[in-house]
Structure formats: structure tokens, C-alpha cells
Design a protein around this ligand. Structure first.
Ligand SMILES: NC(=O)c1ccc[n+]([C@@H]2O[C@H](COP(=O)([O-])OP(=O)(O)OC[C@H]3O[C@@H](n4cnc5c(N)ncnc54)[C@H](OP(=O)(O)O)[C@@H]3O)[C@@H](O)[C@H]2O)c1
Length: 250
């Protein structure tokens, strides 16, 4: 029973692990025994987090620079993980972004493509690469970080909502493609107070949050319980599921 959330002997790759929710998950997995690979565009930031994890947990941790929208960089990232660790047991497709725009007709083709590349095209390719190897080797768990925006699309983030809806579809489909050895699930996150929240008007957000069941935004470390559940044996009969973690957003 005490082994339910134990990740000792596992290797986790977390994209966007240098900040925000990704950093919380990478640190949390290491505290539960996993070795971790932290990937984002800024290699130095990833290496700083990896160094801090090594010091605080004694686990192996490395940083790798990779732009998740570029498939060639993802292929290189996967090769690096297998060369360094010989395995990936947990993949968290967490890197994501949602640039602001004024009106839907001001959305450029460039913005639309970039949002789809980072939030959908890259996670699909990385899951395809890693899931195939997981299925052929020791099995594993893939966690896609989606958004409640996928099912409650807002006019201000439509390309992002569409990308995350696609990510939900991929989650269910890949659970079938890679089962029974590999489980694939998504966390549909609500509003979390990471760096992205600094762009929001605090008063407007406070007013909106009063409509949430928990009447507040989430703190970044409140993502960890759900991620740990999906990464570990605690969720051994859970796959193709879309878990909402949003404090009860209407
Ligand atoms: N915070 C929320 O309210 C919220 C709500 C719903 C869903 N989510 C989802 O949760 C995930 C994490 O969000 P967050 O709030 O933690 O974001 P964040 O604080 O902005 O951090 C984003 C992370 O992704 C990396 N990243 C961004 N673009 C990248 C790219 N092209 N290639 C590789 N790495 C990239 C960033 O590092 P670099 O800058 O070094 O690349 C950083 O590590 C995202 O998928 C987001 O859509 C968040």
C-alpha cells in the first residue's frame, strides 16, 4: 500500500519542466524516487532546475534544451533520454502556451500555427516516439497537460482551446494505440497561478474566481497530486481518461 505512489526506479521526462506546473511535477516526481529529465527551450533554466533537484533529492536529473513544436528536436530529446537513462517510464507533455490577441479576426496564421505546434503537434509526436518505445520495453505512463478551455472554449483563447481539444482526442486514441502496456491520460487544468497569471487583471480574475466552487485559482503545487496519481501504480486501471483539476470552474 505504501508503494502506491512510489516512483523509485522510474525515469520521468517533463517538458516545460523549468517553470510553473512542469517544475512542480518534475520536483515532486523526484521526491517520490524518480530520476528526471527537464526539457524546455532554455537549456540553462532546465539545468538550474535539474541541479536543484539533484541537491534536494539525491536523484539523477538532467536538463535538455528542446523546442517542442519542432519534431527534429523531439527526436533528439528522446535519443538523449535513452542514451542517458536507458528508459523513459513517465512522459509529461506539459509545455504549452497561449498568446493573447484582441479579436478573433486579428489572429494571424503565424500565431495559429505556433499555438497548434506547441500544444498539439509536438505532444503528439513526442507521445508517438516515447509511447512506441515504452510499449516495446517496460510499459509506462503518458500524461498530457490539457486545459478545461478544451471543453469550455473562451473567445480570447480559441486556437489554444482547439489545440487542447485535439490533445484530449489524442489522449483517448493513444491509450488504445499503446495499451495494454502503456497508459495515456490527460489532466485538464483550470486556472493556476503560474507566470501566466501575471498577465491577468487581478480584480477581474478575483471576480471570475468567485464563480469557481473553490472560489480561487490553483497554486502550482496543487497539480502534483493528480500527476503523481497518473504517473504511478495508484492509477493502474486508469487510461484514456481526462481528469479535471480546476477548483470547480463552471
Ligand atoms: N497556468 C494555468 O492557468 C493553466 C491552465 C490550463 C492549462 N495549463 C497548461 O499547463 C501547462 C503548463 O502551464 P504553466 O502555467 O505552468 O506554464 P508556464 O509557467 O508559462 O511554463 C511553461 C513551460 O513550458 C516551456 N515552454 C514554453 N514553450 C515551449 C516550447 N515551444 N518548447 C519547449 N518548452 C516550452 C517553458 O520554458 P521555456 O520558456 O524555457 O521554453 C516553461 O518551462 C501548459 O500546457 C498549459 O497550457 C495551464
Amino acid at each position: 500500500m505504501e508503494k502506491l505512489f512510489d516512483l523509485r526506479g522510474k525515469v520521468a521526462l517533463v517538458t516545460g519542466g523549468s517553470r510553473g506546473l512542469g517544475r512542480v511535477m518534475a520536483e515532486g516526481f523526484a521526491h517520490h524516487g524518480a530520476d528526471v529529465v527537464i526539457a524546455s527551450r532554455k537549456l540553462e533554466a532546465c539545468e538550474e532546475v535539474a541541479s536543484s533537484i539533484r541537491q534536494s533529492t539525491g536523484r539523477r536529473a538532467i536538463g535538455v534544451g528542446a523546442h517542442v513544436g519542432r519534431w527534429s528536436e523531439l527526436e533528439q530529446l528522446v535519443e538523449t533520454c535513452y542514451q542517458e537513462f536507458g528508459s523513459i517510464d513517465i512522459l509529461v507533455n506539459n509545455a504549452g502556451m497561449s498568446p493573447v490577441y484582441d479579436t478573433v479576426d486579428s489572429v494571424t496564421e503565424e500565431l495559429f500555427d505556433k499555438v497548434l505546434d506547441v500544444n498539439l503537434k509536438g505532444p503528439f509526436r513526442l507521445a508517438a516516439l516515447v509511447g512506441t518505445r515504452m510499449a516495446a520495453l517496460n510499459g509506462g505512463s503518458i500524461i498530457n497537460i490539457s486545459s478545461v478551455g478544451a471543453i469550455h472554449p473562451r473567445p480570447s483563447t480559441l486556437p489554444y482551446a482547439a489545440a487542447k481539444a485535439g490533445l484530449n482526442a489524442i489522449t483517448v486514441g493513444l491509450a488504445h494505440a499503446f495499451g495494454p502496456a502503456v497508459r495515456v491520460n490527460a489532466i485538464m487544468a483550470g486556472t493556476f497561478m503560474t507566470d501566466v497569471s501575471s498577465a491577468w487583471d487581478p480584480d477581474m480574475f478575483a471576480q471570475r474566481a468567485r464563480g469557481f466552487a473553490l472560489e480561487r485559482g490553483g497554486q502550482p503545487d496543487e497539480i502534483l497530486g493528480s500527476a503523481l496519481y497518473l504517473a504511478s501504480e495508484a492509477s493502474s486501471y486508469t487510461t484514456g481518461s481526462l481528469l479535471t483539476v480546476d477548483g470547480g470552474q463552471p
